[in-house]
Design a protein around this ligand. Structure first.
Ligand code: ADP
Ligand code: ASP
Ligand code: MG
Length: 412
């Protein structure tokens, strides 16, 4: 017997037939003799609709009430899946974040899980009941519902798997694994059988939405084996090997570049005419951090006259209104500063552990983009990743060209 956590994403619970299909997968694992905890997302499109209701009232909203609204989607699917399991004569109960409880920090809207009190949950599972947990949510220190940021049900699933010391965390989604690029954009993308935590972490953090970044971070820390697999294939679990996310040492062959990812979730902000003095960056980024805005790419040029300079950075597109509001306050102190912003950008990245030991990888990326006439606005690098910010209209062209150039195309 193994203890498994199965997570079903939005498309896997999008309709009642889809929920019935998910219930069949759970039933198959129980028949195989496993104990099961299930984590569900909201029905596909529901969270977007709930977010849109909030922004229709105001672009800048109280994150506490936003959480009360957007967490409701998962409550519905947890109850529906429990009903579908009961119909199959399987004892099942839904669990909301506060009922477990899953304790988070206070950052409403993008809270982090701090602890899970799993005793009650585990004893219920060990008594043979299937626990169907609402993903994406927990309870904050203020006693209110908190959500974990978009895509957060993946993190709920990994956190529950870690707390229960489960044998595996299966993430059921609408693709049958992690690919060398988003298969919706690159139809020649290849399925990866095993990917290292490090590469998956980078892929997720630069836009491969198949797993939320924090879920990979947590899986790496807590040594949870993740499998990404399709809920639309007939088989279930280990009979249907999807992509395993594992330690680097379990991977025999290593490509220089393992994948190309893109994100349209960023916005670019440029601050012009900033005083070129020590402490100015802190005066800009401090208030943004206080407002829980995550700044990603940053470039600043040395000013020719050592008086004024420009600073460009990116923020999540959904946080642009809040960012501009914060910068309005900052500009009262930094007189003369001008703020420009654009949401018409995308970030394209190449990721691969092989970059540690190969030179010229980034150079190839710049050459490929230049040959396609694509202008690079900002560049950032890490040990195993290069990201460029480009005009959004060239996203597909850039991703496909890079995918081909690094020899990742199916059959190449
Ligand atoms: P779910 O609702 O199941 O959580 P998501 O939409 O969050 O599903 O994630 C699955 C999607 O991630 C796929 O439909 C695919 O378009 C996208 N995706 C982006 N990059 C990749 C990649 N490298 N491999 C697989 N899927 C990817
Ligand atoms: N329903 C939430 C979202 O759409 C969480 C998730 O699906 O993982 O972001
Ligand atoms: Mg998701």
């Amino acid at each position: 017997m193994s203890l498994l956590v199965l997570k079903f994403g939005g498309t896997s619970v999008a309709t009642i037939p889809a929920i019935e299909n998910a219930a069949d997968k759970v039933a198959a694992e129980i028949k195989n003799g496993h104990k099961v905890a299930v984590v569900v997302s909201a029905m596909s499109g529901v969270t977007n609709q709930l977010v849109a209701y909030c922004t229709e009232i105001s672009q800048i909203f109280d994150p506490c009430e936003y959480d009360a609204v957007v967490a409701s989607g998962e409550q519905v699917t947890s109850g529906l899946l429990a009903l579908a399991l009961q119909k199959r004569k399987i004892s099942a109960r839904s669990w909301q974040g506060w009922q477990v409880p899953i304790n988070t920090d206070i950052v409403h809207g993008k809270a982090r899980i701090e602890s899970i009190y799993a005793e009650k949950l585990k004893s219920s599972i060990m008594q043979g009941h299937v626990a169907v947990l609402a993903g994406f949510q927990g309870i904050a220190p203020d006693g209110r519902i908190a959500t974990l940021g978009r895509g957060g049900s993946d993190t709920s699933a990994v956190a529950v798997a870690a707390a229960l010391k489960a044998d595996r965390c299966d993430i059921y989604t609408d693709v049958d694994g992690v690919y060398t690029a988003d298969p919706r954009i690159v139809n020649r993308a290849r399925k990866i059988n095993k990917i290292s935590y490090e590469e998956m972490l980078e892929m997720a953090s630069v836009g491969a939405k198949v797993l939320q970044t924090r879920s990979v971070e947590l899986a790496m820390k807590e040594k949870v084996t993740i499998q990404v697999l399709s809920s639309f294939e007939e088989a279930a679990g280990s009979d249907l090997p999807g992509t395993l996310v594992v330690n680097e040492d379990q991977i025999v062959e290593q490509e220089v570049v393992s994948g190309v990812a893109h994100s349209r979730d960023d916005a670019k902000v440029t601050l012009r005419n900033l005083p070129d003095l020590p402490g100015v960056a802190a005066r800009v980024f401090g208030p943004l951090a206080d407002a829980a805005v995550n700044v990603d790419m940053i470039v600043q040029n040395v000013s020719p006259d050592h008086k004024n300079t420009d600073l460009t950075f990116t923020v999540p597109r959904a946080d642009l209104p809040k960012t501009l509001q914060v910068l309005k306050e900052v500009s009262k102190e930094l007189t003369g500063m001008r703020v420009e912003s654009s949401a018409d950008v995308s970030k394209v990245s190449i990721v691969g552990i092989g970059m540690r030991s190969h030179v010229g990888v980034a150079q190839k990326m710049f050459t490929v983009l230049a040959e396609k006439g694509i202008n690079i606005q900002v560049i950032t690098t890490s040990e195993i990743k290069v990201s460029v910010l480009i005009s959004e209209e060239y996203t597909e062209l850039a991703v496909r060209s890079l995918h081909t150039a690094y020899g990742l195309d199916h059959g190449s």
